[in-house]
Structure formats: structure tokens, C-alpha cells
Design a protein around this ligand. Sequence first.
Ligand code: FPP
Length: 262
Amino acid sequence: MLRFFAKARRAQKTEAPAYDELLARIDKERLPRHIAVIMDGNGRWAKERGLPRYAGHSHGTEALRLVVEQARELGVRILTVFAFSTENWKRPSIEVSALMELLRKYIAGETARLHAQHIRLNFIGDWRELERGLCLQIEEAMKVTAANREMTLNIAVNYGGRQEILRSVRKIAEKAALGQISPAEIDEQMLESGLDTAGMPDPDLLIRSAGELRISNFLLWQLAYAELYYTPVYWPVFDKTQFLLAVLDYQKRGRRFGGLGE
Ligand code: FPP
């Protein structure tokens, strides 16, 4: 497996088809409506260059800009990216602070640009537990862009898939305890309506960079039928071409949703 990824990484450096050629191959009628992304490999990218991990995250923010732009240009409706997990608090405090600072900068620098492109900026996860100043910034960015319909960019911060499901289950349990619903009435729709992505279609495609083959507590409920795409490319060097490669790979898949075909 390691040899496969090493070979693939070398191949992508030299043999990735040209951007225009890939773009021409995209079938606009079969785009994933919702794409989820685990932006992995920032640390390894930095380490290989003798840079601090912060530099990897900083370059990763640039990659995110490119991917948002490309998703919007293609006509993808929803992009959900994993920026900070509930488990990431275990990292050294200097790295956690750097990530929070990048988030502050991203919101301060990007909200106007996203708004001008009619992109709704939405945050999912327990972001209300973050430092108050950052929460206010998030609330404001969400408010300003709330009515935008071109695309939704969900940024998952202090997010955990299990925690999100638990939150929804608690809301349902409260209603049951008050006698407002009976256990027999609890269905998938009710659970979904308590998730942070309520009202959004599930991701059709999950992209994970840097060669890891895990879901890592991301959108556990919503990814039930997503197509998974893994690439050895580190996130800081993931670009528009890489994004098109992922979408093209998705377009080769036959989606059956447990049945015999679409
Ligand atoms: C995983 O790479 C990445 C993260 C934990 C953070 C992702 C954050 C960004 C791309 C930038 C900040 C985002 C916004 C929205 C401003 P890793 O550090 O675990 O990489 P490694 O596995 O190589 O160590």
C-alpha cells in the first residue's frame, strides 16, 4: 500500500493531465451536489520542508481557497471541510492557537469575497464553545452570508460526528420525555433534522488527502452512501487539478445505494 502511494505521488508530480483537459472531461450533468473534504497532510508537508506545522496549515488555507473557487465554478452546491475536530484539542497548545488564528484570519479575509460570490458561509460542530471573540466573528459571517444561494461552504470546527449524532438524539429524548413524541415515531428524518447539516443533501463524495484511509469521526451519519476518494497528495499542494481528478473519479462510479443501479 505504501509503495502504491509513493508511486502515485511521483506520478502525480509529473504526469497529472493538464487542467483544461480535465475540465473538458467533467460531465456537468453528473456533478456531486455535496462534497466533503478531510484536509489532511499539512503537518507532513511542513515537516518534509523543515517548516513548522503552522506553515503547513497556512498553505492549507490557500489550498482551501482554490478548492472553494473550483467547486463554485463547477456548480457544486455544498462543500463541507473539516478544519478542526473535537480530537484536535489534544495537539500542542501552540498548534491549536495557530489554527484558531488562521480561522480568524480566514473569516476576516474571506467573508466579503465569499459573499460577493454569493457563497453562504456556514459553520458546523460545537463552535459555540470556542473563544467568545471567534464565536462572534463566526456568527457575523454566517449572518452576512445567510441568504446566499450559489453554494454553501460548511466549515466544521470543534466538530465530531459522534458528538453531532448525540446532540440530535438528546433533542429527540427531550421531546419524548415531555411526551411530545412516542419512541415509535422516531425515524431517520427526525434524527437528521437535529444534525448540523439539517436540510442539506448528504455528501455524494468524500475526498481525503495525504493517503490516510479513515473517516476520522467526520459526518458519520451523512457519509452513509458517499463515494470515497483518497489521494496521496498532501493538502497544502492540493489544487484545482486535484479537485477535478477527484470529481472525474467520482463520475466513473456506479452508485447503487444498496439497490441494483440508478
Ligand atoms: C490535518 O492535517 C489538518 C488539520 C487538523 C487542520 C486543517 C486546517 C486547515 C487546512 C487550515 C485552516 C482552515 C481554515 C478554514 C482556516 P495534519 O496537521 O493532521 O497533517 P499531518 O497528518 O500530516 O500531521
